[in-house]
Design a protein around this ligand. Structure first.
Ligand SMILES: Nc1ncnc2c1ncn2[C@@H]1O[C@H](COP(=O)(O)OP(=O)(O)OP(=O)(O)O)[C@@H](O)[C@H]1O
Ligand SMILES: [Mg+2]
Length: 491
C-alpha cells in the first residue's frame, strides 16, 4: 500500500533509549501514586526496603526498623518468599489485611545471569476505581460463601431428638433407653430394623444427645451412591483423581463429619471392596483421599444402620464378619409397628399434628373404629407407611374426624393383618381387553403395591422388584402412578 510507505518515510526517527527510560519513569510514577505500599526483599525474603505508609499499615512505626527482618515478621501472610523461591511473578493477587483487601503484584528481581536475587511487591489501594467491579464481585461471592457455609452447618446439625421418637410400649421404651445409653458413650452404634422403623430418626437423636452435638452430623446413604463413586464420596479425592469431567478435589464424608457423627445408612448394601476399606479406616482412625498420598487423621463416631439381616448377610458371605463385629458394639433393634400396637394412638396423634402444622389444614382426629382398623393392618412400610396413609386420608376426607370409611378407602386390604395373603385387588374389575392392557394393569398393580410396602420409597421399591431406579421412575410416569416419596422432607 503506497500510502503507508509514504507515511513511514516521513515519520521522524525516535530516540528509543530515551522513550524506554521515559516509559519506566512514568510507570514507576504511576505505581507510586497508586500504590498503598511497596516492598523489596532479598533472595532470603528479608526486607530490603519498605515504604513508610505500608510499614505503618502493619504496625511498624519506623520503616527502617523493618529492614533485615524476615518478610513474614512484617506481613504475616506475604507470599514474597514464594516468588523468590520459584522466580515466578504473582500478578494481581488479593491480600486481606484486617478486613481490607489489597490487590498485590509481586515480581522477582533477576541479575544479569537471570538468577533471582530478590523480589518487589506493590500493593494497590483497595479503593482503586477500575477494580471496583472485581471487588464488588469478590465481596458478593464471599458473602454467598459465608451463607452457604452457614446453611451447610445447619444442615449438618441433628434434625431430631429423643422426644421425636414417639411410643411408650415396652418395645419402644427399651429402644429409647438403649439409645440414651448409647448417646452417653463413644462406641459405634448399629441400628437394626425394618424399613420405616425410625433408624435415621434415632441416629439424629443419639447424636443430638451426645457430647458431639455441637459438631456436624453427616449422613451417608451407601445404597444411594454408585459403587464407582463410593470411595471418593466416603474418603474424599485429590484434584484430578478422577478421569473425565470431575477433576475437582472432593472432601469425603469422614472429613466432613470430623469431630462429629457419621451416619452410615444402608450399611448392609456396601460392596465387599468398600467393606475392606471401611474396616481399615475404622481400625486406623485415618483416611487417605483417593489419588493423594497423604493420610488425614479423623475423629468420628460411627452410627451404622441397615434394614437387612446383617447376621444372615455375614453367614451368606456377603458381609465381612470382621467389619460386622467392629460395627456391632452397641446394637439396637428397632421394633416394627406390628410389635408395638399400643403405640398406634400416640403415633397417629403425633403424625396428625405434624400434618396439620405442615399443611396448615385443621387438625384431624381419628375415630375409634378408624384407629382399630389401622391396628389391624399389616404395615410392611412401618411408620413411614402409616404417615403416608394418614396424609392421604387428611387430603381426601372432608370432616374434622377421620372415619373408618376414610381409612378403608386408602389402605390396601386391611384384612391381611389377620395373617392371610392379600386378596386379588382387581377381582371385581372387568377383564382388560388386550394382552398389553392386561400387562399394564398387572404392572400398575404390582408397582403400586410395592411402593405402598416401601412407604413410597422408589429406591427401595426398585430394589425389591429387581429394577433400576430410573427404569422404575419411567414406568411410574408411564403408568400414571403417583408415588408418595416422603424421604426427602424432614418432619
Ligand atoms: N418412633 C417414632 N415416632 C415418630 N415418628 C417416627 C418414629 N419412627 C419413625 N418415625 C417417622 O417415620 C419415618 C421413617 O423413619 P426413618 O426414616 O427414621 O426410618 P428408617 O428406619 O431409617 O427407614 P429406612 O430403612 O426405610 O431408611 C420418618 O418420617 C420418621 O420421622
Ligand atoms: Mg433410613
Amino acid at each position: 500500500m503506497p500510502a503507508l510507505f509514504a507515511m513511514s518515510d516521513v515519520t521522524p526517527q525516535l530516540d528509543y533509549a530515551q522513550l524506554r527510560a521515559r516509559a519506566m519513569e512514568s510507570l514507576f510514577g504511576a505505581f507510586d501514586s497508586l500504590c498503598e505500599g511497596t516492598v523489596v526483599v532479598d533472595r532470603d525474603a528479608r526486607v530490603v526496603w519498605i515504604n513508610e505508609r505500608y510499614a505503618a499499615r502493619f504496625g511498624v512505626a519506623d520503616a527502617k526498623r523493618a529492614i533485615g527482618k524476615a518478610i513474614e515478621e512484617i506481613i504475616p501472610t506475604s507470599l514474597m518468599r514464594e516468588v523468590v523461591r520459584t522466580g515466578k511473578p504473582l500478578l494481581l493477587d488479593i491480600l486481606d489485611v484486617d478486613g481490607e483487601s489489597f490487590v498485590v503484584t509481586r515480581i522477582p528481581l533477576k541479575d544479569e545471569r537471570g538468577e533471582t536475587i530478590g523480589a518487589i511487591g506493590f500493593a494497590l489501594f483497595d479503593k482503586l476505581q477500575p477494580l471496583q467491579p472485581f471487588y464488588a464481585r469478590l465481596h458478593r461471592l464471599q458473602h454467598q460463601l459465608a451463607q452457604t457455609r452457614q446453611h451447610l452447618a445447619a444442615e449438618r446439625r441433628a434434625k431430631y431428638t429423643f422426644s421425636n421418637y414417639i411410643g411408650n410400649s415396652p418395645a419402644a421404651a427399651q429402644v429409647k433407653q438403649q439409645a440414651r445409653r448409647a448417646a452417653r458413650l463413644e462406641a459405634t452404634v448399629l441400628l437394626l430394623g425394618e424399613t420405616g422403623t425410625g433408624k435415621e430418626l434415632l441416629a439424629h437423636a443419639i447424636h443430638a444427645a451426645s457430647t458431639r452435638a455441637g459438631r456436624p452430623f453427616v449422613g451417608f446413604n451407601v445404597a444411594a451412591i454408585p459403587e464407582t463413586l463410593l470411595e471418593a464420596e466416603c474418603f474424599g479425592a485429590a484434584p484430578g483423581a478422577y478421569t473425565g469431567a470431575d477433576r475437582k478435589a472432593r472432601v469425603g464424608k469422614f472429613e466432613l463429619a470430623d469431630g462429629g457423627t457419621l451416619f452410615l445408612d444402608e450399611i448392609g448394601d456396601m460392596p465387599p471392596a468398600m467393606q475392606a476399606k471401611l474396616l481399615r479406616v475404622l481400625q486406623e482412625s485415618e483416611v487417605e483421599p483417593l489419588g493423594s498420598n497423604k493420610v488425614v487423621k479423623i475423629d468420628v463416631r460411627i452410627i451404622a444402620a441397615t434394614s437387612r439381616d446383617l447376621r444372615a448377610e455375614v453367614a451368606a458371605g456377603r458381609f465381612r464378619a470382621d467389619l460386622y463385629y467392629r460395627l456391632n458394639v452397641l446394637a439396637i433393634n428397632l421394633p416394627p409397628l406390628r410389635e408395638r400396637i399400643e403405640d398406634f394412638g400416640p403415633l397417629c396423634d403425633h403424625i396428625l399434628e405434624q400434618i396439620a402444622a405442615r399443611t396448615r389444614l385443621t387438625l384431624r382426629e381419628l375415630d375409634a373404629e378408624a384407629l382399630a382398623l389401622l391396628k389391624r393392618c399389616r404395615w410392611p412400610g412401618n411408620i413411614r407407611e402409616l404417615r403416608n396413609v394418614l396424609e392421604q386420608a387428611c387430603m381426601l376426607a372432608d370432616g374434622p374426624r377421620l372415619t373408618e370409611a376414610d381409612i378403608r378407602g386408602i389402605v390396601i386390604a386391611p384384612e391381611i393383618a389377620a395373617g392371610a395373603e392379600a386378596p386379588p385387588a382387581a377381582a371385581d374389575r372387568p377383564e382388560p381387553a388386550t394382552y398389553d392392557a392386561a400387562l399394564a394393569e398387572f404392572e400398575r398393580e404390582l408397582i403400586a403395591r410395592t411402593l405402598q410396602a416401601t412407604g413410597g420409597k422408589v429406591t427401595a421399591a426398585a430394589k425389591r422388584l429387581g429394577l433400576g431406579r430410573a427404569t422404575l421412575y419411567k414406568k411410574i410416569a408411564a403408568l400414571g402412578i403417583v408415588p408418595r416419596d416422603r424421604d426427602a422432607s424432614p418432619t
